[in-house]
Design a protein around this ligand. Structure first.
Ligand code: NAG
Ligand code: NAG
Ligand code: NAG
Ligand code: NAG
Ligand code: NAG
Ligand code: NAG
Ligand code: NAG
Ligand code: NAG
Ligand code: NAG
Ligand code: NAG
Length: 476
């Protein structure tokens, strides 16, 4: 395995051979450095802006500029052409701001758009020719804006069964034993965190928010109480415990609905690349979506990336990104499906020349360049590309879902939809990706587990109510 990996990494460092054409790309991106989820409102910091800006510049060098190493065929290099771009982020300040700053790196201000008026006066846009690229907001079904403020992941997803499945994590053997075995560890951290976490909150149950609080403090606060306790090992342990906790909430092989955000992302990627393949001049060539780390983890789990490296079960760093490139060696203006391939890349943290987006193999295969048919087949194992399928899997039947499921007998269809089918996905449902945020302080579930001894006794509605109540008291 190690040898294969080294080999793969080596391959990805070799410049692309000759005539490959990139037809389109889909980028999913995490926000940059932000303030802690423990104090509202959570905001993007200057450091975070710097990170997403740098990543924007990297992708510009990759896909956009005239000398780009993998220039997207036909994309405008200096003046943003809005019809070529599709940019979305949930209605969340940190994610919306990250997207805006990223776009400044992608299409920096330019004097090329200077216009000459009838009277001869030359006019350039303000701020040196700043380019205005809209970031479309995807709002969530559950209408939770400011998802980065929220600690509780699935509550904002609007997907009933996903919420229940994530809650099941708190009943799992894995969770219960970690909760138990780390009691001493978390109490020992109290001198560092007791201004924010009371003794009863200092447990594995809050593994992510505690880690987040300390991590943000280490970056921004020169005076952390009892900082001598924060040895490299201790911080590493906090981080890996947070990783375990968040991965447990984002993915479970036996309960695919838990990874609903990854499924929805896969559906969007398929739909987008499919339309790019049949490209007309007005088809968007680059889609960029900003969202939460939980979506990365859900997708990684679904796409079998933990088989490549256990690293894929860890929370990705700020400003991480994944990219799907649709490529061909054909010189035809309309390559056939058999001439298309897809390459998957990932950069952990800010992508840059020093930290380029590396190729990784999807679906437990060993090659990083997948033929279109294989790619589609792999993604379709878990992609959800239309609202009706989403509603079925989530067990939702009201609101948006009443319309989507309305009348038509959907009981016979395969719940895992194929891309490009039936009119795509509604905005409300698509919002699930970004909203499925961070999680942490959870439910009075622990009490339920101990007191009632099992989820079966608890009505789903009651569970969800608990989740929502917790959310309103806290944030991420
Ligand atoms: C493209 O040219 C710009 C400006 O000369 C330079 O900064 C950048 O590094 C070049 N990018 C690549 C991929 O060669
Ligand atoms: C030219 O037209 C613009 C817009 O009407 C006006 O703001 C500007 O003052 C004019 N310049 C001259 C030299 O008349
Ligand atoms: C799905 O159902 C859950 C629980 O009833 C609800 O909270 C959520 O808003 C619903 N989502 C949609 C998109 O209707
Ligand atoms: C994963 O799901 C299975 C089946 O529902 C369950 O037995 C197991 O405890 C779950 N594991 C975690 C970590 O949630
Ligand atoms: C936090 O812990 C420190 C060291 O144990 C103690 O001095 C301080 O009073 C505690 N603060 C709170 C708010 O409990
Ligand atoms: C840094 O930490 C100290 C001690 O917890 C706190 O009083 C202070 O407000 C923090 N400063 C910042 C900038 O977060
Ligand atoms: C996994 O992470 C370790 C430590 O950061 C790194 O050395 C290793 O190269 C990573 N492996 C992969 C496949 O990314
Ligand atoms: C990304 O980096 C973090 C460390 O900051 C690590 O925990 C995680 O496993 C890494 N993910 C991958 C896929 O390399
Ligand atoms: C294009 O051809 C080069 C050189 O043979 C090869 O390395 C690359 O994988 C091909 N790309 C595609 C998309 O087939
Ligand atoms: C895109 O989806 C449509 C509708 O499902 C399908 O007919 C077409 O073959 C797909 N395109 C490619 C390149 O697979």
């Amino acid at each position: 395995m190690a040898a294969t990996l080294a080999h793969l990494l080596l391959l990805s460092a070799v410049p692309l051979a000759t005539a490959e054409t990139v037809l389109g790309a889909y980028i999913f991106h995490r926000h940059g450095d932000r303030t802690t989820k423990s104090y509202k409102p959570t905001v993007l910091t200057s450091l975070g802006a710097e990170q997403v800006y740098t990543s924007g510049q990297y992708y510009r060098d990759q896909y956009i500029s005239s000398n780009a190493s993998a220039k997207i065929n036909g994309v405008s290099s200096d003046l943003a052409v809005l019809s070529q771009l599709q940019v979305t982020a949930p209605t969340d300040d940190v994610l919306q701001n990250s997207a805006q700053v990223f776009l400044q790196g992608l299409y920096p201000p330019t004097t090329m758009a200077t216009q000459t008026l009838a009277n001869g006066t030359k006019v350039n846009a303000p701020l040196g020719g700043y380019q205005y690229i809209p970031v479309n907001a995807v709002s969530t079904a559950a209408s939770s804006s400011n998802s980065e403020d929220s600690e509780w992941l699935q509550a904002g997803s609007g997907c009933g069964n996903a919420v229940v499945s994530s809650n099941n994590y708190f009943l799992s053997e894995e969770y219960v034993s970690a909760l138990d075995s780390t009691k001493g560890f978390y109490s020992s951290l109290l001198p560092v965190i007791n201004s924010t976490f009371s003794a009863d909150k200092a447990t594995f149950k809050n593994a992510y928010t505690i880690y987040d609080y300390v991590h943000v403090s280490q970056i921004h606060n020169a005076s952390i109480p009892a900082s001598s306790l924060l040895t490299t090992e201790t911080v590493h342990q906090m981080q890996t415990l947070a990783d375990k906790h968040e991965f447990g909430l984002a993915y479970n092989a036996s309960e695919p609905v838990r990874a609903i955000a990854g499924s929805t992302l896969a559906g969007q990627v398929l739909t987008f690349l499919n339309s790019t393949a049949l490209s007309t001049p007005s088809t968007p060539k680059l889609e960029i979506q900003f969202g939460a780390y939980a979506t990365f983890l859900s997708f990684f789990g679904l796409a079998s990336l933990p088989k490549v490296s256990e690293n894929f079960t860890g929370i990705v760093d700020y400003a991480s990104s994944i990219a799907f490139e649709l490529v061909t060696n054909s010189t035809s203006a309309k390559p056939s499906a058999s001439e298309l391939s897809v390459r998957f890349r990932f950069a952990n943290g800010t992508a840059s020349e020093a930290n380029p987006a590396q190729e990784y193999p999807l679906f437990g295969q060993d090659q990083t360049l997948l033929g279109w048919a294989d790619f589609v087949k792999g993604m379709q194992q878990f992609a959800i590309a239309d609202t009706a399928s989403w509603c079925k899997i989530c067990g939702n039947s009201t609101g948006v879902c009443a319309d989507a499921l309305g009348g038509s007998d959907s009981s016979g269809s395969d719940p895992v939809a194929t891309a490009g089918h039936s009119g795509g996905m509604s905005r409300a449902v698509a919002g699930v990706i970004g909203a499925l945020v961070t999680l942490a302080v959870i439910l009075g579930l622990e009490a339920l587990v101990m007191g009632l001894g099992g989820l079966r006794l608890v009505k789903k509605a009651a569970l969800r109510r608990n989740a929502v109540e917790e959310v309103s008291q806290t944030k991420a």
